[in-house]
Design a protein around this ligand. Sequence first.
Ligand code: KIV
Ligand code: ZN
Length: 508
Amino acid sequence: MTDTNHRKIVIFDTTLRDGEQSPGASMNLAEKMEVAQALVDLGVDVIEAGFPIASPGDFEAVREIANTVRGSVICGLARCRPADIDRAWEALQGAEHPRIHVFLATSAVHREHKLRMGKEEIIQHAVEGVRRAVGYCSNVEFSPEDASRTEMDFLCEVVEAAIDAGATTVNIPDTVGYATPAHMYKVIDTLRNRVPNIDRAVLSVHCHNDLGMAVANSLAAVEAGAGQVECTVNGIGERAGNGSLEEIVMALRTRHDFYQADTRVVSQRLVPTSRLVSSVTGILVQRNKAIVGQNAFAHEAGIHQDGILKEPSTYEIMRPEDVGFAKTDLVLGKHSGRAALADRAKALGYTLSAEQLKEVFEQFKILADKKKEIYDGDIASLIEQQILSVAELWSFDSYEVTTGTGKIPQVRLTIRRGEEEASTTMQCGDGPVDAIFLAIEELTGTFVVCKDFQVHSVTVGKDAQGEVLVEVEHEGRTYRGRGVSTDSVEASAKAFLNAVNRIAAVTR
Ligand code: KIV
Ligand code: ZN
C-alpha cells in the first residue's frame, strides 16, 4: 500500500509527558511502563517519558523506562536550567538511545511577562541549555516555546543559534493552539529557507488543539518539510489536547499520494494502544473519534451499507483491520477454553505472558458464570484490569446495601489492604452508591470531592458488564478511577477505590 521510498517522518510520542498533563490523566509507574512498551510495539520513534525535575514520581518513571524499555529513543524534558538538564540526564543515562529535550519560551508575551528576559538573554540561555545537554548526550532537541506567536525574524535567530550550539532536532511548538494550517506551513517553510544551518537538524512540529486544528497544522508542517511530528495517543494533553497520533499517522498513510511521506508506525496496533491509554487514564474516546472511535467504521445509512457490501472502497478509505479493529466480534462462553481466550487476546492486540493468561482465564471463568456471552469488550476489560492492577493499596472484597425510596441506605462494606481486612457498617448517603463511597472514605481515611461519575456498558445485552468512571478532587488535584463488574454498584465501589489508590500512590 505504501511506497518505501517515501520520506520517513519521525513520530515523537508525548503521551507520557504532555498527555499526562491532561487533568486527572496521571498514571502510576506500572501504567507508564505498560504504555511505554505499547508505544515501542506501535513503532513510535521517540517516547517522551516525562519531565524528570517536575517530581520524584516523574523522575522515577523516566529512569525506569530508560533503563528497561528498548527499541525507541527515550526522551526527557528540561527547561534551559542546569538543574533541570542534570536531572534529566540522571534519569536518562540508562537508555539505549537517550535524548534530552530542552525548551525556553521565545514569544514577546512570554519574554516580557513570564521570563522577564530580553531577546539577547533568551538566545544566551537557549545556547547554554543546549550546550549543557550536548555535554551529556549527542541527541538533543530544542523547543522555542510558543514559537507560533514568536516574531519570525527572532525565531530564525534562536533556531540558528540552537543548531549551532548542537541541537540535532529543533521543534516548533504551537503551545497555545493559535496557528492555522497556512500559518504553520509558512513558519516551517520560512525556517527552511532562511536559517542557514537548518539542514543540520531535523525540523519538528508540536501542535495543540485549542482551535481544533492540531492535526491539520501538523500535516501542513509535514507538507512544508518538517521531518518530525510530536503527538499523543487519542490526542490527550493540556487543555484541548495535542495532535492525535492515530489521525496524523493514518492521514499520512492514506494520503501518501499527496504527502509523499510515511511513518514506521504499525497501524494495526493503533486501536489496542488507544484502548490501553483510555483505560489507564480514564479518558474515554468519543464514539465518533476518527480512526479509533467505536463508530469510526460503522455505516448506518442504507445506501452506504449497500455500497460497502458491493465494494468496500465505495465508502471506506481505510479498512478497519488496518487500524486494529478485530474483524469479527467473536462470542466466547463458559465452555470456551484457554486457547480460544489466548487467540482472542492476540487478535485484540494483547500479548500475555503464561502467568497473565492464567490469571485472565480464571477471571474469564468467573465472568462466564455470570453472563452467557463474552464479547471482545469484556475480554479487553478483563485483560486491562489484570495487567494493570499492580500495587493497589486497597482492594474490594464485598458489600451489602439495603435501601429503598425515601430510606437512608444501610451499607456493610469489606475491603482489603494486603492480607488485612477492614469492614464497616454505616447508615448514610443519598443512595447505594453514595453510601458505598462514604464507607470507603471512612475505611481508608481518604476524603474527596466527587466531581464526575459515569456508568456505561462495556458490551451489549442486559447482562453486560457496567464500567464506572469516577473523577475526584483531593487536595487540589484531580484523580480518576475505573471499575468494571456485571453489578454496577460493585463497579462503582471498585472505581472509587481505584481513585483512592491513585491518591495513595502520590501521597504515600
Ligand atoms: O506545548 C509546548 O510548548 C510544549 C513544549 C515543552 C514543547 O509542550
Ligand atoms: Zn505541548
